[in-house]
Design a protein around this ligand. Structure first.
Ligand code: NDP
Length: 295
């Protein structure tokens, strides 16, 4: 099957690498040098434009910051719409928003092109290992077509419902992650101030009912070690919580916790900038409390 992948960012590149190992792959990236470097390393072909990438591809995958960039990529004489063939399939692995995806799906359907949203979870480590969770929104036939392609980088590929459902699921997941990061940071900061070593506090937490992925994996590996690797931009998590807030509002669910996490992450983004890693929100808690969660 001929596949094209557009968006070789922190998570897109390792996802595309799995596809390249499986069969012929065409890649495109806004910064062309990244596509050229990828093509050389993985024996893929780099396309000069989205149109060229899509031409002849049965499946086209996008992985961009937001749905806005995906929608924009459709347009123009060099855009995706100019290259996508009738009967082809566009899979959007961006953590996007349901409403824009429904609009994109509608436009593609007019040209007999299928669409599914297929955001992923598992981080850059999961992408490298090919163990991502993929959350798919689309009709049943589209899901069945998409499943074997997504399985190249996904260990668990789940169909959630119609177009937009994958994005809704992903936004809720990441809103919970955001709430958790802040809550774990706040609790550990207070314990550290009172003299409890952060590592000891985490060990006890992780043997108790308040544990989470944040306390079990992220904080021990990235905060206590002082490594703070940059794998997922805080700006993108801020975007995800924004999507979740809007989704809850549309569903008529009042979400004070997620709203507050959204406001705090927006503030953190303004203070730390577009390149900061999502866990660096904890640095702001450390600064306020006057402690370092290093051990
Ligand atoms: P990055 O910021 O690392 O990469 C973004 C990619 O999008 C780059 O290829 C970039 O191109 C491209 N891009 C940015 N703006 C445009 C534009 N206007 N037109 C065309 N291409 C553009 O993001 P990630 O790879 O980390 O994330 C991609 C998506 O995956 C996001 O929706 C994110 O929320 C989601 N995600 C990320 C995870 C992670 O751990 N990083 C985990 C799970 C989901 P260029 O190289 O030119 O800048």
């Amino acid at each position: 099957m001929s596949v094209a992948f557009l968006g070789l960012g922190a998570i897109g590149a390792p996802m595309a690498a799995h596809l390249a190992r499986r069969g012929p792959l065409v890649v495109w990236n806004r910064t062309a040098s990244k596509a050229a470097g990828f093509a050389e390393r993985y024996a893929a072909r780099a396309a000069a434009t989205p149109r060229e990438a899509a031409r002849g591809a049965e499946v086209v995958i996008t992985c961009l910051p937001t749905s806005r960039e995906v929608e924009a990529l459709l347009e123009g004489s060099d855009g995706l719409l100019a290259g996508l063939a009738r009967g082809s399939l566009l899979l959007d692995c961006t953590s996007g928003d349901p409403a824009t995806s429904r609009r994109i799906a509608g436009r593609l359907a007019e040209r007999d092109i299928s669409f599914a949203d297929a955001p992923v979870s598992g981080g850059t480590n999961g992408a490298e290992a090919g163990t991502l969770t993929v959350m798919v929104g689309g009709d049943e036939a589209t899901f069945r077509r998409a499943q074997p392609v997504l399985a190249a980088f996904g260990k668990r590929v789940e169909h959630l419902g119609p177009v937009g459902s994958g994005h809704a699921m992903k936004a809720v997941n990441n809103a919970l992650l955001a709430v958790n990061i802040l809550a774990v940071g706040e609790g550990l900061a207070a314990l550290a101030r009172s003299g409890v070593r952060p590592r000891k506090a985490l060990e006890v937490l992780n043997a108790s009912s308040g544990r989470s992925f944040v306390s079990e994996t992220l904080v021990p590996e990235r905060v206590l070690t002082g490594l703070w690797p940059r794998t997922f931009r805080l700006a993108l998590l801020d975007k995800d919580v924004g999507i979740a807030r809007q989704y809850l509002a549309e569903m008529g669910v009042s979400g004070p916790l997620i709203d507050l996490a959204g406001r705090l992450f927006a503030q953190a983004r303004a203070e730390l900038g577009e390149e900061a890693d999502y866990l660096e929100a904890i640095k702001l808690i450390e600064a306020q409390a006057g402690v370092a969660l290093r051990d």
